[in-house]
Design a protein around this ligand. Sequence first.
Ligand code: ACO
Ligand code: OAA
Length: 382
Amino acid sequence: MEVHKGLADVVVSETSLSAIVEGQLSFSGYNIDELVEKDASFEEIIFLLWNSRMPSREEFAQLQHDLHTHMALSESVIACLKIQCRQNLHPMSVLRTTVSLLGVFDPYAEEMDERSVYIQAISIQAKIPTIVAAFARLRKGLDPIAPREDLSFGANFLYMLTGEEANPDLVRAYNHCLVLHADHDLNASTFTARVAASTLTDVYSCITGAIGALKGPLHGGANERVFDMLSEIAESDTRDVAGYLKTKLDNKEKIMGFGHRVYKTEDPRKKHLKRMAKELTQEFGKEDLYDLSCEVEDYLLKEKGLIPNVDFYSATVYHCFGIEHDLFTLLFSMSRVSGWLGHVFEQKREATLIRPRSKYVGPVNLTYIPLSEKETIGGNAQ
Ligand SMILES: CC(=O)SCCNC(=O)CCNC(=O)[C@H](O)C(C)(C)COP(=O)(O)OP(=O)(O)OC[C@H]1O[C@@H](n2cnc3c(N)ncnc32)[C@H](O)[C@@H]1OP(=O)(O)O
Ligand SMILES: O=C([O-])CC(=O)C(=O)O
């Protein structure tokens, strides 16, 4: 039995959502460079990932309407968020629990017909930004802000965080982030969603599992830790980039935001995020953060041949949006959920159970001794 550790390079399904070919990333045939350069809206990408084609104007308007209809949170969900504020929980755990909880309040949650599944999907997609913004405010003792029907998906999130409309440059940059993070082949969280969907379970279960997988530091959780690392270097007395990284590498620690299972020369999303990091740090007088990031990138490429992944420069970009660093991975999930849902639909249509094998390497032919025949430790029978 040949073992494919980590399923590296194993092709387990077909997809028409995203493709990585010769280092280029495309969504249903549209290169991400063009989508970003021509300012495709994140809502168009949601439609694209769910339908494998771009929307007409009418379809786009309908999707926006559906999103706005489902954005608001019920009092019950807000009450549960308040309870979670009192615990020392990571915000990704709060999101995971709250998305699962949405299913409790959704009368369609256990229905499997196409219309019900669409309502479950649109509700999850629409509510995640509202959950994140409400949680960000509640934990500071502030009231949540209701979503507005006249704002785009990204603008609404930034508005619900602060109660102020964000400036158009920031909204544009945030839309680019949403587009860039939307889907990415069979990454770990998408695979998690597809494994769950392959059992024909409900949509809430699939997305709850995917959020749990994205939270891990080797996946989406890296962006938060990138910021921890940059802060640690910046706040140290010496600001010794080379010394800091060398010690980590000598200790065989992984540097967050670097390395990738598929990309070995460049992550095609990086150039966009690096450009945005440069522009936004200039706008907000945080050039030191950008310069430090470039120093880290140069050192790791030169010394170890390591390249930044999507999580490296996104940390600096999200910081410039004024977002607390423990919420960074939630921003990622706000976008990636569009891809997860597209994959859930695709997997349900494929209707094949995902069930690989493992090679057994444990002991064999042991003799079972009943508990009653076992001596107790120290000889004292209970
Ligand atoms: C959205 C995303 O999920 S992007 C990824 C986010 N994750 C991170 O940034 C966490 C840090 N990176 C990593 O842990 C890894 O690069 C992963 C998990 C992303 C990819 O892992 P794999 O494809 O299994 O690569 P693998 O671990 O085989 O790495 C190959 C070599 O590069 C080294 N390497 C890879 N990434 C790093 C890193 N970030 N820091 C230090 N060394 C690294 C490995 O130690 C290994 O070295 P070796 O051959 O001497 O043992
Ligand atoms: O594809 C991966 O393994 C990780 C990644 O870059 C992503 O999920 O965006």
